[in-house]
Ligand binder design. Structure first.
Ligand SMILES: [Zn+2]
Length: 321
C-alpha cells in the first residue's frame, strides 16, 4: 500500500521527506534511525496505542474504538520491519495484532527527543506597550476568502494572543460569519454575541461610562473564553480609546521581580461571581493559573466580579508592602 493511502489516526496529510533508515527492537523499546541520522525511540505500549488499523480506529471518524486497558502492559513486538513504501510494520505479541505506521506521523510525534525534532514554531511571543503599533493587521475580505490569510491570522493570535481585522462590515450577520471562521461561539450569560453600547439599564459595567482598566472577562467560569472577538461598530463620543495588555508578559515580569507575590497569585484561590436578574455564576481559582513548569497559562482577573478574599488570615501580611 502506498504511503499516501495508508490510514493514520487523524486527518492530516503526511509526506515522507526524511524516511526511516533503520529500525530495531531493544527490549520493549523500538528505535528508529532516520535518513538524516537523527534518532527516535518509542515504547511498545505507546506505539500499540497509536495503531491506525480499522480494529483500533474508526475509518470514517478517525476516533479510537478499542480500550487501552485491554492491552497487556507486557506487550512487545514479535517482528518489526520497514515496508517497501517506507512504513513501519509491527506484529505484536498480543493477539498477533498488526500495526502499520506512517513514518512522518511517527517523526512528528516523536517524544524521546522533543527538542531536536524540527517543530513548527508555536512559541508564544510576549510583548509590552511598544508592540501596540506592530499588532498584525489583516483585511477582512482576504481573511474570509483566502485560507492562507486566515491561517496567518490564526497563527498571529496563537503567537501574540491578538490580531486585528480591518474593513469588517457593520451587520451582525457579517460579524457572526467572521466569528464562525475562527471557532464555535460559546453561550455566556449575556448570549454569544453581545452589544456593548452606552445603556445603564443593561446591567453590565461594559455598558456604562466607567473607565475600564486592564482585565479579562468571565473569571466566573471554569474555563475563561480562549478567544474573544470585539468589533468597534461606531464611536459617537470624543476621546476614549482601546488598548491591550499581554497578561502573560505581566505575569512573567511579576515572577522575575516579585517571586513571592507571583507564588501567592498562582496558588491562592479567589472567588469571582456574576449575578444578574436571571443567572448567577461563580468560580474560585488562582488569579494566575500555571502549568507544570510554573508558567502562566491563564489569567483570571475580571476585577469588578471579585468576591471578598477568604483565605488564611496569616497570608495577608501588611508589613511586606
Ligand atoms: Zn490496530
Amino acid at each position: 500500500m502506498s504511503l499516501n493511502k495508508l490510514s493514520t489516526p487523524d486527518f492530516e496529510s503526511y509526506n515522507n521527506d526524511i524516511p526511516i533508515k533503520e529500525s530495531k527492537i531493544d527490549n520493549e523499546i523500538i528505535s528508529i534511525t532516520w535518513k538524516d541520522e537523527t534518532k527516535s525511540k518509542f515504547h511498545s505500549i505507546w506505539l500499540r496505542d497509536n495503531c491506525a488499523c480499522p480494529l483500533c480506529i474508526d475509518t470514517t471518524t478517525k476516533e479510537r474504538i478499542y480500550d487501552l486497558s485491554d492491552i497487556p502492559d507486557s506487550i512487545k513486538p514479535l517482528a518489526i520491519s520497514v515496508t517497501c513504501d517506507g512504513a513501519l510494520e509491527i506484529i505484536w505479541s498480543h493477539n498477533n495484532h498488526k500495526s502499520i505506521y506512517h513514518p512522518e506521523r511517527l517523526r512528528v510525534h516523536c517524544y524521546s527527543n522533543l527538542k531536536s525534532i524540527d517543530k513548527q514554531d508555536s512559541e508564544q511571543k510576549l510583548w509590552n506597550s511598544s508592540f501596540q503599533e506592530h499588532i498584525p493587521i489583516f483585511d477582512t475580505q482576504l481573511f474570509l476568502e483566502d485560507d492562507n490569510v486566515r491561517y496567518e491570522f490564526l497563527r498571529s493570535v496563537q503567537k501574540y494572543g491578538i490580531s486585528l481585522l480591518t474593513g469588517v462590515p457593520k451587520s451582525e450577520q457579517d460579524f457572526e460569519k467572521i466569528t464562525k471562521k475562527i471557532g464555535l461561539l460559546r453561550d455566556m450569560n449575556w448570549g454569544n454575541i453581545f452589544s456593548i453600547k452606552m445603556d445603564p439599564d443593561v446591567g453590565y459595567i461594559a455598558n456604562g461610562t466607567y473607565k475600564i482598566t486592564p482585565h479579562n472577562d468571565a473569571s466566573t467560569r471554569e474555563r475563561i473564553p480562549g478567544i474573544q472577538i470585539f468589533q468597534c461598530v461606531e464611536n459617537t463620543t470624543e476621546g476614549g480609546g482601546s488598548y491591550w495588555v499581554d497578561g502573560f508578559f505581566i505575569a512573567k515580569l511579576l515572577a522575575e521581580t516579585y517571586p513571592e507575590d507571583y507564588k501567592l497569585l498562582t496558588t491562592v484561590p479567589w472567588e469571582f461571581a456574576n449575578r444578574d436578574k436571571n443567572s448567577h455564576y461563580r468560580n474560585k481559582q488562582a488569579i494566575i493559573k500555571v502549568n507544570q513548569q510554573n508558567e502562566p497559562v491563564e489569567i483570571n482577573d475580571t476585577y469588578w466580579l471579585r468576591e471578598p478574599l477568604m483565605i488564611d488570615f496569616n497570608l495577608i501580611n501588611l508589613s511586606s508592602g
